[in-house]
Design a protein around this ligand. Structure first.
Ligand code: ELE
Length: 206
């Protein structure tokens, strides 16, 4: 299944949102800043409501749903309009549920064996999480010779300052990070700040 969403923007914003009224303005603020993809995490009670709003009102951003941890999460995310799914890890339950989901899945890995097991199962595009804590860019650089067919979206602890270290690697498609959508900016409805963080990321990392 195509994982084109990995090359839409140099960074996939990882977003924690619980207010459906904020969902469309936030997604539009990212689009205004040049970002065309979003990973909305299932970390809040109303995350799925937020996802439905984005899918309906801001179709120009490719909506992914992250923190998918169960087959119920997979079903609910696809029903809410997710065009791809992301998990911080990969369990047998999630892997069997995504097989019938009809949308691409980006499973999380933090070790060589996990990456090889997922490659055997056909997943060549992987989330490396938690990137900074699990070895950072040097870890991924070391994988590019023995596992050249694997491609990563490192996420976790990455900011505008460390993203270039990853993006310079041949096996990195894009990075993920929450720095484009700070909690205080969301709480204040400061969409101009989100747009300017997005614009800065696109300008510096593209
Ligand atoms: O929620 C998930 O499914 C995750 O995998 C975790 C997120 O990707 C990271 O929490 C983002 O990392 P930061 O950019 O350091 O905030």
């Amino acid at each position: 299944m195509t994982t084109d969403f990995l090359t839409l923007s140099p960074v996939i914003p990882v977003v924690v949102l619980d207010d459906p009224d904020a969902a469309a303005p936030l997604a539009r603020a990212l689009v205004d800043g040049g970002i065309r993809v979003i990973e909305l995490t299932l970390r809040t009670p109303r995350a799925l409501d937020c996802a439905r709003v984005i899918a309906e009102e801001v179709p120009e951003i490719v909506l992914g749903i992250g923190t998918v941890r169960s087959s119920a999460d997979v079903e609910a995310s696809v029903a809410a309009g997710a065009r791809f799914l992301v998990s911080p890890g990969s369990t047998p339950g999630v892997l069997s549920a995504v097989a019938d989901a009809g949308v691409p899945f980006l499973p999380g890995v933090a070790s060589v064996t996990e990456a090889m097991v997922l490659a055997e199962a056909g997943f060549l595009d992987l989330k490396f999480f938690p990137a900074q804590q699990a070895g950072g860019a040097p870890f991924l650089a070391a994988l590019s010779s023995p596992l050249p067919d694997l491609r990563f979206c490192p996420t976790g602890g990455i900011g505008i300052d460390t993203a270039p270290d990853y993006l310079a690697l041949p096996n990195v498609a894009c990075v993920g990070g929450s720095w484009l959508t700070p909690k205080d900016a969301i709480a204040a409805g400061d969409w101009d700040r989100v747009t300017s963080l997005a614009r800065e990321a696109v300008a510096e990392l593209a």
